[in-house]
Design a protein around this ligand. Structure first.
Ligand SMILES: Nc1ncnc2c1ncn2[C@@H]1O[C@H](COP(=O)(O)OP(=O)(O)OP(=O)(O)O)[C@@H](O)[C@H]1O
Length: 236
């Protein structure tokens, strides 16, 4: 197989040390996520799923081990460097959409692009925003505000915003948690379509039905990662 490795994690551990108790949330995690893969991580509450996604997303630091994104070591970055990698390499989709209520659909998708230090021209941003909203079938809602949209539409705006940066990977945390089951199914179908078009996805979910839609399935229990079924990714 000659696919690029998007995410590589070697011997990652995480210990939360509070006054009363030391929690080993992640224990010697090893995983490679290849270009074009669709990875799901499921498992019981408290198993370490959010912790792992936060570490991959550079929102939290590991206690030990190594993390690479597209071959670049990102284990020990300054806060500014981590923010730059998050903005240019990682697309986030959360249960709670995290849209800015005061901004239109168009501006919500455009905003992260305007922060970039590689200075995208206004026309490039405009083209990208419209292209991504087209991908999630929301071209007819550019001037709407989040509170004028359904939950499923809001999540699709969040997906467009995540795609706009051409990220190395989409990091998806319980994407249907705030949606009814029909709308949730539609969002999952959209993620499948995006993956079929080449987007690499790593998704955390409680829902085994949705976890099964992924190509490579992991279980995380008591901080230990186990592969259930694997096609492209490789737990080493
Ligand atoms: N900030 C923190 N301080 C101390 N312990 C924490 C902290 N965050 C998480 N933990 C502990 O780390 C372990 C893993 O938590 P994590 O939230 O990653 O699990 P999870 O699989 O995402 O759970 P859920 O499915 O309920 O969201 C748990 O035992 C939790 O109590």
């Amino acid at each position: 197989m000659n696919k690029d490795i998007k995410i590589e994690i070697n011997h990652v551990s995480k210990v939360y040390d509070t006054d009363l108790v030391e929690t080993h949330a992640l224990k010697d995690i090893n995983i490679k996520i290849y270009e074009g893969d669709y990875v799901s991580i499921s498992g019981p509450s408290g198993g370490g799923k959010s912790t792992l996604l936060s570490i991959i997303g550079l929102l939290d630091e590991a206690s030990g081990g190594e993390l690479k994104i597209e071959g670049k070591d990102v284990t020990s970055l300054t806060q500014d460097q981590a923010a730059e990698v998050r903005n240019t390499k990682l697309g986030f989709i959360f249960q709670s959409f995290n849209l800015i209520e005061e901004l239109s659909v168009y501006d919500n998708v455009a905003l992260p692009l305007t922060y970039r230090t590689d200075g995208l021209a206004a026309e490039e941003i405009d083209k990208k925003v419209k292209e991504c909203l087209e991908k999630v079938s929301l071209s007819h809602r550019l001037d709407h505000f989040p509170n004028q949209l359904s939950g499923g539409q809001q999540q699709r705006v969040a997906i467009a915003r995540a795609l706009a940066a051409d990220p190395a990977i989409l990091l998806v945390d319980e994407p249907t948690g705030n949606l009814d089951s029909t709308t949730g199914d539609q969002v999952m179908q959209l993620l499948e379509e995006l993956n079929a078009q080449g987007t690499t996805i790593c998704m955390v979910t409680h829902d085994s039905r949705y976890a099964d839609m992924a190509r490579t399935k992991y279980q995380l229990k008591d901080g230990v990662l186990q592969v259930e079924e694997e096609q492209l990714s490789e737990a080493v």
